[in-house]
Design a protein around this ligand. Sequence first.
Ligand code: ADP
Length: 297
Amino acid sequence: VAALIQEKSQMALTMIVRETGRVPSLATILVGVDPSAGAYRRSIVRTLGKMAIRHVPVDLPTTLTAEEFSATLRRLNEDPDITGVLVLMPLPAHLPAELVLDHLAPLKDVDGITPTNAGRLHLGMPAIKPSTPEGGIELLDHYGIDLTGRHVVVIGRSNVVGRPLATMLTLRDATVTLCHRQTRDLGRLTRQADIVAVAAGCPGLLTHGMVRQGAVVLDFGVNVVDGSLVGDVDIPKIGHLLAAYSPVPGGAGPVTAMVLARNVIVAAYAALGERIGPPLELPAAGFGPPADSGIGD
Ligand code: ADP
């Protein structure tokens, strides 16, 4: 699926390079050292390398103040050589994620987390969408899993995965139940689901007795247990019941990184047209900045 997204994005990339004379570039900000953020960055670097999109690492010390952090974001917003900016999470406790939401320019917000992009997504308007849930939808679509009228249980309500995924699914006519840490009797809900999407960061969360035969499961979990990458789904216990599932590693992860790369191209077009256009349709030819039918940032 990731390779197909890459193939379909290549023409748009070639055209934007020709149009602007610039290679789109993604700045990833890492504050301090974090193993999971570091692993995500390595996967992003690998994926951008395949696409010939430039990566600009921005490494900052944990001693950085909130003011200095905001100033870095503003500097990147104004830098014409930077197309998109991704802040790797988690941030140290003294740097709340709201700083990113408040200071990052919506046109460079390749993870779709700023109020402009999140609001536009929730209103059903063209938006730069968070790459993980968008990758999940790509997986379902690729394997022909119909969403209309289906009951999807999403576990996790973070701003980057669970909540935008629930929105995207409702926009695709699914019936969605959004669960979180305070949800009572999770199993009673997941047993009713046609599709279960798990983004909780909790190994083994979806397990024996929690899915019905023939369900489809998307696993967005990224956990390191005894040095190995595992998801949130207990596949040895429930895999035999499922019609389809996305494994960890190798499922949602590579697709997420490729959708992020595509979002850098989307941001390059947004910069050219100075507005967030319709979702990137990647035709064989003729793709340019969209007609003036949306709202700028
Ligand atoms: P991510 O960025 O992968 O979405 P977060 O840590 O930001 O991860 O969010 C985790 C989400 O998962 C939260 O919304 C939390 O309520 C939910 N969650 C975590 N553990 C459980 C659990 N045991 N049962 C149900 N929901 C959970």
